[in-house]
Ligand binder design. Sequence first.
Ligand SMILES: CC(C)(COP(=O)(O)OP(=O)(O)OC[C@H]1O[C@@H](n2cnc3c(N)ncnc32)[C@H](O)[C@@H]1OP(=O)(O)O)[C@@H](O)C(=O)NCCC(=O)NCCS
Length: 150
Amino acid sequence: MPIPEGQRPIIRPATSGDAGSIAALSRQLGYDASGAEVLCRLESLLAGDNHAVYAAVHPCGDVLGWVQVSVRELVMVDRHAEIGGLVVVEDQRGRGLGHLLMAEAEQWARSRGCTAVCVRSNAVRRAAHRFYKNLGYDQIKTQLVLRKSL
Ligand SMILES: CC(C)(COP(=O)(O)OP(=O)(O)OC[C@H]1O[C@@H](n2cnc3c(N)ncnc32)[C@H](O)[C@@H]1OP(=O)(O)O)[C@@H](O)C(=O)NCCC(=O)NCCS
């Protein structure tokens, strides 16, 4: 649904009521999470201080996108933030929502004393790489991601 002339999307902290929409948008990212699973994770991570999730919301209340940002503390580098996920609903891309969500995530990271923000992005997401580079993100390495089920 287009945003009516003269109205603007709202960027606000995500709430448990957004879980179903976040799950649906996660599927556009390739993650098959149910609303119940997202709700459980959202409540757990928002109970602490080290994570934030922001939603971009249509004036009618529909969630159009979300970003997760987390503080990452490692012994060998300064406290920094990491973007854990970012997605905007397909038919609303290219209208500035991604920029607004990233601005909010960066502001949150600054408020938590982070000196940088990192994002890991699948090598196939060429458009997202351009998006991040235009926002001032530099590629600092290429990694192999390994995983072992427990
Ligand atoms: C990457 C993604 C989140 C960007 O969201 P978006 O809302 O399309 O981003 P924006 O509209 O802010 O910016 C996209 C482009 O539109 C342009 N744009 C910005 N504001 C605009 C506006 N008001 N009107 C029209 N175009 C605009 C920008 O110039 C930008 O160009 P750039 O990519 O060359 O910087 C979105 O494309 C997406 O969900 N992709 C699929 C999931 C994904 O890859 N996520 C990243 C995982 S790491």
